[in-house]
Design a protein around this ligand. Sequence first.
Ligand code: FAD
Ligand code: DLZ
Length: 507
Amino acid sequence: MSILRVILGDQLSFDISALAGLDPRCDIVLMMEVMEETTYVRHHKQKIVLVLSAMRHFAAELRQRGVPVDYVLLDASDNTGNLTTEVQRAVVRHAPDGLVVSEPGEWRVQAMVEGWAALTGKPVEIRTDNRFFASRARFATWTHGRRTWRMEHFYREMRREHAILMEGKQPAGGEWNFDSENRKRLPASSVPPVRLRFVPDETTREVMALVEQRFSGHFGGLEEFGWPVSRADALHALDDFIAHVLPNFGDYQDAMKAGAPFLYHSLLGAALNLGLLCPDEVCRVAEAAWRSGAAPLNAVEGFVRQILGWREYVRGVYWALMPDYEKRNALQATRKLPAFYWTGDTPMHCLREAIGNTARYAYSHHIQRLMVTGNFALLAGIVPQEIERWYLAVYADAYEWVEMPNTLGMAVFADGGQMASKPYAASGAYIDRMSDFCSGCAFDVKQKTGPNACPFNYLYWAFLIRQKDRLANNPRLAMPYRTLAGWPPQRQAAILAEADTFLDQLE
Ligand code: FAD
Ligand code: DLZ
């Protein structure tokens, strides 16, 4: 009995379900570099390098372990450019008795995989992706009968179920969530830690040359490429984060600083999403750091919540609501994505910083994604699907299952509140409070209107005025709507006109 075991580009874990029970005497692993996956969005060049280099490293390690691997290179003259046609060709080459694959990360790829049995004439076993705390079925059990879904409730259940940061039946430290301690502004004098980055090895350099040649028009630069591309690199990155960075992760989780793209964030998302790290091991080493006294609870709980809570929750939302989810536009936004999202050419310092980091590093941290580029897209009324494709294209860690709910649900409220209880809308005051961006900006954050006023200020109020019918009843927005109620109609009309003038000139 010979089985063709298909490993997709973001399934690079030696313990993944598709490899369970592998018999190297008769089974073969199939890995395919294909144009369709490298171009279904115009991925940042660093993302393509990362995925292809990590795939090549993984295949080499499998071979070292004695596993036969059929690896289709992007440049192979007979490469047909598509996962399905490559699977069909591999079935002809190897005549296996059947195929095994782990659940793909994206709905689009799942639909492809479901067609393989009919196309190849071979049985295809699709195994549960065992790299998550909660399977798709587990999330469905959680949503069953619930009117509203909230991450916090799901997260507590996951903490109990997986016994992470628990003292018996109680949460460690007596609280489930230490977020209120995690909103500190970075002191002006503080120097963020130097981060571990990985110098490209020969394999990565070969892929870089390929990407410069084949994807030269894609967004972003390769000069700063420093991502872990193997399990060994990823474990090194994890150790370094836990030892030197995690202790401050909580305090400065929401802070932003010009010229400091990484601050105290882990930079582990790219490795996690490729399968080079397993979320369970990451949460357990973070917990061990707290138990040994190496990191405080607010940092460790905050970090664990991102992985055991948010990461699992958004995956659940994605699989529960696709394919309809991708079409959501609850606020009926209609504007096109401004060109500066691709160039960074804007006088607004915060946006220039976030987009500049994105182009240079294929990275910007969560608050830059949510409260700068996301907040602007929300307030400006950018079509959700345009901003969603942007986020999918520009980050090294971007995969639709995690990016789409974060964008449609969290950043631009396109799902009308399925994911978040209120839109993350904020004026310039928030950005000023959490960063040093405003001091180096062409606009004045203290001015609410007028040509020098920070556009976030009038866009914020214009957004609330425009969305009054949809949002005024949201209890979490009661305060700003009370303020607006005190404004005479002329003042509201003037704000709307100022916002329109600004937005129209973007087009
Ligand atoms: P850290 O800040 O160090 O957090 C630790 C880990 O927690 C991350 O590596 C990640 O695995 C997980 N995590 C944190 N926040 C979230 C979240 N909201 N959802 C899911 N997991 C989370 N994350 C992605 O992995 N891929 C994406 O494509 C992606 N797109 C996003 C788009 C928008 C509009 C927003 C607001 C957020 C997005 N996120 C995405 C979530 C988050 O911004 C990134 O996971 C994080 O910035 C990655 O950097 P890090 O590894 O340094 O994370
Ligand atoms: C993202 C990506 C890229 C850039 N290239 C490949 C590839 O050549 N071959 C492959 O198997 N997978 C690739 N991937 C990852 C797939 O797009 C991934 O399986 C889906 O995004 C589902 O999560």
